[in-house]
Design a protein around this ligand. Sequence first.
Ligand code: AMP
Ligand code: GLY
Length: 425
Amino acid sequence: MRVLVVGSGGREHALCWAIARSPLLEKLWCAPGNAGIAEVAECVAIGATDVPALVAFARAQKVDLVLPGPEAPLVAGLADALDAAGIPCCGPVAAAARLEGSKTFTKEICDAAGIPTAAWRRFTDAAAAHAYARAQGAPIVVKADGLAAGKGVVVAATLAEAEAAITDFMESGTLGEAGRSVVIEECLVGEEVSVFALCDGTHALFLGAAQDHKRVGDGDTGPNTGGMGAYAPPPVLTEARRAEVMERFIAPTLAEMARRGTPFRGFLFAGLMNTAAGLKLIEYNVRFGDPECQAVMPLLASDLLPLLRAACAGKLAGLEVRWQAGAALAVVLAARGYPGKPLKGTAIRGLERAAAIPGVHVFHAGTRREGERLVADGGRVLAVCAAAPDLRAARAAAYRAVDVIDWPEGFCRRDIGWRALARKD
Ligand code: AMP
Ligand code: GLY
């Protein structure tokens, strides 16, 4: 098969790496890719949201399947344009990508399909939003309704924080259009887990689960990031809870999306909180998680490519996914300054030594080549991942690999996996 992956992060490197192992693969491209992806795919200089150029490229190269990594191209209509061109795309059309693009839309789907989620209300009037927040009290969560690149959610511990967020989003317009309407919701308390389902519009297959670490600092401190590390499988997602996610969350969501005439195809990412009252949906994303993908892919024993093809063809029913025993853990190396303004252009050395450690895979997230040198070119720069017979061994191998990488301007959290390793059960 001739395959085009869209994106340039660690998730796309892990997806390309998994696809590159497939005996069905004839040729793999990635647009725009990065220096690590270039080792397993041919990188093409087309931006991830340049829909017309991506479609033209896929048509010219007779691509059999397009896999978009991030949400932006999907929200921008890449799947719609590929559908129109008759090119299979393993991702949802824009109307179905609203599951990520609009918080209100997701909440309406939850209500219509009876999916457990935080109690919520939507506001377009700032005064009404302030009054509601005051009436509910803290802690409370304020979310910009639209896509805000991870900056649109404030989990407010105090009423003052909640009110400041409402003012920022609705009155000061710090997020532009995305914040013109907000969703204010109940604050859920518990352990968070990311669950992935591959969907074909009607059926879904469990495609892994992981736990992310969103805060920049050890002990879950400091500002939120795109994710500083992940491990799989998460012990909180017992066999019973995994079945519950597929039956009580994913299946009714697919049914409701199909009923509305916008069946969901591609990766559906359920962000869930395991609360005292059971699992509740925090959010859906219409793509794989990053860095969760980097921890899940090394454990996948099945060939990914036929699964993606079946998802595009509406033929997932009856297929099975096989997994390797053990666990995997990914540590993100970020450039100093992240998640603010990361330092770019600094040299990274020693990746070969890291990759030589058994079970270790170094996925690139924000790198580029400058002649012979590999340099940092983003906030999150590498995801150093290790698979091993258990999580403790995976963590030890991942940090051993981190420690042989020579990059003084990079940093990472030293406690990835702490929740699972601290469990008593
Ligand atoms: P989102 O952008 O929706 O992924 O939210 C970012 C993060 O905010 C989530 O991963 C959670 O950690 C947190 N969060 C979102 N909604 C809630 C909620 N209702 N209660 C508690 N935490 C939340
Ligand atoms: N790691 C969380 C996300 O991909 O949204």
